[in-house]
Design a binder for this molecule. Structure first.
Ligand code: FES
Ligand code: FES
Length: 155
């Protein structure tokens, strides 16, 4: 039995400790917003936050999560889609097919929590998620818009 704090709730799950977090989220907890792309930490489709840090969950065994660490998935980023990154994504119509986008959003939110006003170089370095539809330009624009909105909210 493993206890995980996910989206603010403690959950106890009977799972093989070597199971990647991605599969525990999707199959044991029904949190299917986090996607499977490559399974080898290359594409970013499986990105979640662990203690606020964007993390690829497809290669992280559940046993590697320390007691008390807080996991946030796309379902828990905000209660109602009001996170500045989600709002910027809506405003700029970022997704195309959408498959990579929850990972993109989680990566972007993680970046902005570490670097509130990222430069192009920061975005190039930190957002290495792969999008087969090529939404990269809109992702970049939406990250910058979310950074501005964040600044406005901070006032
Ligand atoms: S599925 Fe995890 S990085 Fe591709
Ligand atoms: S929007 Fe289709 S893979 Fe990114």
């Amino acid at each position: 039995m493993i206890r995980l704090n996910i989206n603010g709730s403690d959950r106890e799950i009977e799972v093989d400790p070597e199971t990647p977090l991605l599969w525990t989220l999707r199959e044991d907890l029904g949190l299917t917003g986090t996607k499977y792309g490559c399974g080898i930490a290359q594409c970013g489709a499986c990105t979640v936050h662990i203690d606020g840090v964007a993390t690829r969950s497809c290669v992280l065994p559940v046993s590697a999560i320390e007691p008390g660490q807080k996991i946030v998935t796309i379902e828990g980023l905000s209660a109602d889609g009001s996170h500045p990154v989600q709002q910027a994504w809506l405003e700029l119509d970022v997704p195309q097919c959408g498959y990579c986008q929850s990972g993109m959003i989680m990566a972007a939110a993680g970046l902005l929590s570490q670097i509130p006003n990222p430069t192009d170089d920061d975005i190039n370095t930190e957002i290495t998620n792969i999008c087969r539809c090529g939404t990269y330009n809109r992702v970049r624009a939406a990250i910058k818009l979310a950074a501005q909105d964040n600044g406005t909210q901070r006032g």
